[in-house]
Design a protein around this ligand. Structure first.
Ligand SMILES: Nc1ncnc2c1ncn2[C@@H]1O[C@H](COP(=O)(O)OP(=O)(O)OP(=O)(O)O)[C@@H](O)[C@H]1O
Ligand SMILES: [Mg+2]
Length: 327
């Protein structure tokens, strides 16, 4: 019950109680009732107006009429509510934007995956058809076509493995197993494994050994994938010169650096190379067997180590990728 009505009732009782003559109190009671009704009506009208104002704001929000929270304006007593409604409007707008962005990413991802799958499948189909149409009996080309088809099968397999990794990472299923390991021995083995690939291209691949006792903390298997991708990238995107791998020992961590004298990466692409499927030069990357997932996976793995991959690059001079691991 509104406060003024309680006051009215109490007043009426008081008048009846204290009035010496009951007849005098009647006009007084009548006056009170009439004035209360007028007051009630006035307050009711005000509330109805406020409700209509709120209703129109809610309607406008529902119909997407506002483009910014500042357009939501309430009057008088409703000013208190204005800020809350503005905040609510902003939050729902951000939530919707986020969902739309996710949806866009999902569509893009699917389009990229289908495109990347189609490329090797079409190539394999093409080689098989050519062989079936007579090339099988031509000793000049048959083994070449078979080798090509086989190479595309390897690409397809690599792509599927990368996709499995990405989906494990994004669904939070990537299990890490952190241990201390001897970084010198570890790097020597990886570099030795990739040496033939570098030599095939006439590149020098150099590992500068570090303190033989240095132990770093990380997941050896996952880090191997990162190192291999970074070194392979340097080899793939370097036409002449060298690829250097070094470990710098600092007080609390070791920094792994992979440096090349390759084609470099334009400034405007530097921020994007860690995105899934992003390649600076798609045609060139595909020609060297890349799908643009390597750095996206590497970024996730290094972040799971509480660290970050850094990149510096100058077009036509070379690139340097680095990250730190705890000692
Ligand atoms: N050392 C480098 N020098 C020049 N460009 C590089 C280098 N490393 C990466 N890039 C550029 O960044 C892109 C993304 O690299 P990423 O490793 O993710 O993909 P990829 O090597 O093309 O394919 P994948 O690693 O999936 O086989 C490459 O396509 C290339 O354009
Ligand atoms: Mg790569």
């Amino acid at each position: 019950m509104p406060e003024f009505l309680t006051v009215d009732i109490l007043f009426v009782i008081a008048v009846i109680y204290f009035s010496p003559h009951i007849l005098i109190s009647f006009p007084l009671i009548l006056l009170i009732i009439v004035s209360s009704t007028i007051l009630l009506n006035f307050v009711g009208q005000k509330r109805r107006k406020e409700l209509a104002e709120i209703k129109s704001i809610v309607y406008n929000i529902r119909k997407n009429i506002y483009s910014s929270p500042q357009e939501i304006i309430l009057s008088g007593n409703l000013k208190n509510l204005q800020e809350e409604i503005r905040l609510m409007f902003e939050k729902s707008k951000n939530d919707i934007e986020y969902l739309k962005r996710l949806e866009r990413m999902r569509t893009e991802f699917l389009a990229n995956v289908s495109h990347e799958l189609r490329t090797p499948i079409f190539a394999i189909q093409g080689y098989i058809e050519t062989l079936q149409n007579g090339a099988l009996n031509d000793p000049n080309v048959n083994t070449y076509f078979l080798e090509k088809a086989n190479q595309h099968t390897t690409n397809l397999n690599n792509l599927l493995n990368d996709l499995i990794d990405i989906s494990m990472i994004e669904s939070g299923e990537m299990r890490m197993s952190f241990r201390y390991f001897n970084i010198n021995e570890y790097m020597k083995n990886i570099v030795a494994e990739l040496l033939p690939t570098a030599e095939d291209k006439g590149l020098e691949l150099i590992y500068q050994p570090v303190n033989d006792k240095l132990q770093l903390f990380g997941d050896k298997n996952k880090l191997r994938q990162v190192m291999i991708n970074l070194i392979q990238n340097s080899i793939k995107y370097t036409e002449s010169g060298k690829v250097e791998v070094l470990v710098k020992e600092e007080a609390k961590f070791g920094e792994i650096i992979i440096r090349d004298t390759g084609i470099g990466i334009p400034k405007e692409d530097l921020d994007r190379i860690f995105e899934r499927f992003y390649r600076v030069d798609k045609a060139r990357s595909r020609a060297v067997g890349g799908t643009g997932l390597g750095l996206a996976i590497a970024k996730h793995i290094i972040e799971a180590h509480g660290s970050k991959i850094e990149v510096k690059s100058v077009v036509d001079e070379g690139s340097e990728f680095s990250f730190k691991l705890k000692k």
